[in-house]
Design a protein around this ligand. Structure first.
Ligand SMILES: [Zn+2]
Length: 395
């Protein structure tokens, strides 16, 4: 029978088979909530007069590209790198960036709205606007003060990363020396207060032992807002499988970081080797060109030149990280934490900015994920964790 099969039909067969996938893709894209747990754009508003409403040919987020990528909700990051800012400026800087976030949402009220709860996210997404949340990256910012933590909550902050690149007075960073063997008693109190308020405990950047402590101390599920997989790319910032499993076991989520140097070890090696030279060049330009309005363009050119030295990382490597967490902890425990606008343009090929999220949806369909799991991975899981944290706060 088979040999009589018309050749024309045989040629058309792949197209016929592809169609259901395309239909699934179109159906999913109609109303799927795409929710990213970590994007760093707000500081650009202060430092570079960045305007969310305009389409840019650089950086990774603006409203036109969010619309194109059907991005529905974002947890924007407020960070003050402890190695770059003197301690007495941390609070002021964080307040300024938080204000920039609120002001930018206000200026773009027809496209964006501040979300304070999971219910807000759902309502705003249904209304066709982008739900914008705000978060703090680095527990050092609250200066060991539960009062400051509460004040940031009042400003809308709904998660806090316990430490950033440096170990602080109560939590060990995974990129610094351990001073607390995880989390100190004060950190335990702060986590308890976060639980009471309804603020997600973010375990990205902290040491493996600190993650285990956070899971033990927190009454609510924890989140890794922008971390990738160590079993695939064995670099310090990534998470080993036993930690991924522990986060998942307690109902938490690991949101995959898109940084090309975190997805691929060879890319990371080149990035780390060249970083001192890159940073020195950037510093020299910023010092020399203080009054030049084109200085950020010059900085971007330097970043680009160094990025081009790194091996290219295709988007399928990002999908591998997502798939690994789904297989290790379960599809209920993986999400997206791109770190866009915080990774100096080091994006995977095919995932250059927020307009590209649909590529992940297509990728997950091709990998055999169900519609239900795709909805969870793209945003449903993050929403569930937010709800679980709110439920604990109400207890
Ligand atoms: Zn970070």
């Amino acid at each position: 029978m088979f040999r009589f099969f018309p050749a024309a039909l045989l040629c058309a067969a792949p197209l016929l088979f592809a169609q259901p996938n395309e239909q699934r893709f179109q159906r999913l894209m109609r109303d799927i909530l795409i929710f990213d747990s970590h994007i760093d754009t707000p500081r650009l508003v202060i430092d570079e007069d960045y305007d969310f409403s305009q389409r840019h040919s650089y950086y990774e987020l603006d409203i036109p590209r969010m619309r194109e990528g059907k991005l529905g909700a974002v947890m924007f990051g407020v960070y003050v790198q402890p190695q770059d800012y003197p301690e007495n400026t941390w609070v002021q800087r964080a307040l300024d960036v938080t204000d920039a976030f609120h002001e930018e949402v206000r200026r773009n009220a027809k496209d964006m709205e501040v979300a304070l709860t999971a219910a807000d996210v759902e309502r705003i997404h249904k209304s066709g606007k982008l739900a914008a949340m705000v978060s703090l990256e680095g527990g050092h910012i609250i200066m060991d003060s539960p009062a400051l933590l509460r004040n940031f909550y009042r400003l809308g902050v709904r998660y806090m990363t316990l430490a950033h690149f440096r170990t602080n007075n109560w939590a060990d960073s995974m990129t610094d020396t351990s001073r607390h063997n995880g989390i100190a008693p004060l950190g335990r109190e702060i986590i308890r207060e976060m639980n009471r308020l309804g603020m997600i405990v973010d375990v990205s950047h902290i040491s493996d032992k600190a993650v285990l402590d956070a899971i033990e101390f927190s009454r609510a599920p924890v989140m890794a807002s922008h971390s990738s997989v160590k079993a695939i790319a064995p670099i310090p910032r990534n998470m080993p499988d036993e930690i991924i499993k522990a986060v998942g076991k307690r109902g938490g989520i690991i949101c995959i970081n898109f940084h090309a140097g975190y997805l691929n070890e060879a890319a990371h090696d080149v990035y780390i080797k060249n970083r001192p030279a890159r940073d020195a060049e950037i510093k020299a330009v910023l010092d020399r060109e203080k009054n030049n309005p084109k200085r950020w363009e010059m900085v971007r050119d330097i970043q680009k030149r160094y990025f081009e030295k790194m091996p290219k990382v295709p988007v399928k490597e990002l999908l591998r990280h997502i798939d690994h967490v789904a297989k290790t902890a379960g599809a209920d425990h993986v999400g997206l934490g791109s770190d866009f606008d915080g990774i100096s343009g080091m994006t995977p090929v095919g995932m250059e900015d927020v307009s590209k999220y649909p590529v992940i949806v297509r990728g997950l369909i091709d990998m055999g994920y169900s519609d239900t799991d795709i909805r969870k991975i793209m945003g449903g899981n993050l929403l569930r964790v937010l709800k679980a944290v709110e439920a604990v706060a109400k207890q």
